[in-house]
Write a protein that binds this ligand. Structure first.
Ligand SMILES: [Ca+2]
Ligand SMILES: [Zn+2]
Length: 448
């Protein structure tokens, strides 16, 4: 699209959305993101447990995207895709520990240029060279909330972008005092949510009893409930400061989590399936974004930044690869195409409404335990799932559905061509992980 046409469309969209709300009013941006959060473990996405009253309140007051997908089920690549609106092949953060190029356009840098004070409070991945933030602070979830409240008070009279990134639901599943017994207080078995237990289950292919599996899931859910209480504190402070309804609030995650869905696996980095790629996504801005709307179309996490900028009336950099979701928020019927995800330089997968197709030409099977590279996550050379009949992606139909495979393979080939994705070229690239950083990340449990 020509730049002039894009600008005209953008201006029209903004005018439609901002009508009657007073464009002179200052709009802050608050992104609340939670590491490793599966949408189907939230009440607003249909979960039966009471894990998420604060997050559910955002959903009631805002618009929920029911089918949003990350570009990689790994923290650094996925967060970089959210913040730069580009696929990992483009921004270059194809695994944890890599840094963005200085010239990579990023959301915070754009907002900083528009006079926003940008502050990031991150419980994971603070070492990344996030651009455009005048402060990036590494805090665990509870002190992160304390500091967020302080920041909201400090910044209340300025135009600000506050990014909060919580980490509790990330493994190990060891919720704080008061949250561990929330969902199965009667459990008396031997299983816990420690890293050692989760690794042993994967390594030894342990067949868990329903009660043991339920216990692990309950611990994960307890971590979500804990984070939800932290988010409630943030929302309460925004309300107390009179900022809640004047701020654009975006809620999302960097990826989900395999909870024993495939390969006896509790984690996300090896997965290419809905369990780990599907993310929650919602936008709240009363008077502009419809309350209580729930949208089906497939959207990608690279769409988040362009949507934010359009809602704030700021033009997105041309380097952004995502689509603004404003037309969908306005109730228009727009097909933005399928969702793509990469597994570094080995695997590409595409997700349509009906199918997931996995293209793994090197028959790469990722490992996730540093001490046990022989323990791998099995992914076939080609996989096809009929998601309407098989949402758990358990029955590979690739061999029996050559027409569907052919069609989706064409989609992947088109994507590969468009973004110049190359198979098995990562090691040849000059992306070097800083050795000191690598050491400190390894000490934290990162696997390279
Ligand atoms: Ca945890
Ligand atoms: Zn993560």
């Amino acid at each position: 699209m020509a730049a002039g046409v894009a600008a005209a469309v953008l201006a029209a969209g903004a005018a439609f959305l901002l009508r009657g709300t007073g464009a002179e009013r200052q709009r802050n941006l608050i992104i609340i993101s939670v590491d490793t959060l599966r949408p189907d473990h939230l009440g607003c996405y249909g979960y039966e447990r009471d894990t998420s009253s604060a997050i559910d309140s955002l959903a009631e007051d805002g618009t929920v995207f029911l089918n949003a997908y990350a570009q990689r089920a790994l923290t650094w690549p996925s967060l970089a895709s959210i913040m730069t609106s580009t696929y990992p092949i483009t921004h270059g953060i194809r695994t944890n520990g890599l840094m963005l190029a200085d010239e990579q356009p990023a959301l915070a840098a754009v907002l900083q240029g528009q006079g926003y004070r940008c502050v990031a409070l991150l419980a994971n991945a603070p070492q990344q060279n996030w651009q455009g933030f005048e402060e990036v602070k590494w805090l665990y979830d509870k002190p992160l909330t304390d500091y967020a409240i302080e920041q909201i008070r400090t910044l209340r009279d300025e135009k600000f972008f506050l990014w909060l990134f919580y980490v509790a639901p990330h493994a190990p599943y060891e919720p704080p005092e008061g949250y561990g017994g929330l969902f199965d207080p009667e459990y008396t078995g031997p299983i816990d949510g420690s890293a050692e237990t989760l690794a042993a289950i994967g390594k030894d292919r342990v067949d868990l009893s329903p009660a043991d599996l339920n216990h692990i899931v309950s611990l994960y859910d307890g971590e979500i409930a804990f984070v939800d209480d932290q988010i409630q504190r943030v929302l309460d402070e925004l309300r107390a400061q009179g900022l809640l309804d004047d701020s654009l609030i975006v809620f999302t995650s960097d990826h989900g989590e395999d909870m024993y869905d495939h390969n006896y696996y509790f984690d996300h980095m090896a997965s290419v399936y809905d369990s780990s790629l599907r993310i929650p996504l919602m936008f709240r801005l009363p008077g502009t974004i419809p309350a209580g709307a729930r949208l089906d179309p497939l959207v990608e996490s690279i769409d988040i930044a362009p949507t934010i900028l359009e809602l704030l009336g700021i033009r997105a950099p041309r380097a952004f690869q995502g689509d603004s979701l404003v037309p969908l928020l306005e109730g228009r019927d727009v097909d933005l195409g399928p969702c793509f995800a990469e597994w570094q330089d080995q695997i590409v997968t595409v997700r349509t409404d009906a199918h997931r197709y996995v293209f793994n030409p090197l028959e790469w099977n990722p490992y996730w335990l540093k001490e046990h590279p022989e323990v791998t996550y099995f992914i076939d050379r080609e996989e096809l799932y009929d998601l309407r009949k098989d949402p758990g992606e358990t029955t590979n139909l690739a061999a029996e559905s050559p027409e569907v495979v052919g069609d989706l393979r064409k989609r992947i080939d088109g994507w590969i061509g468009q973004y110049d994705w190359k198979l098995n070229e990562f090691d040849a690239n000059p992306h070097v992980i800083d050795e000191d950083l690598k050491e400190s990340l390894e000490a934290m449990g990162y696997v390279f």
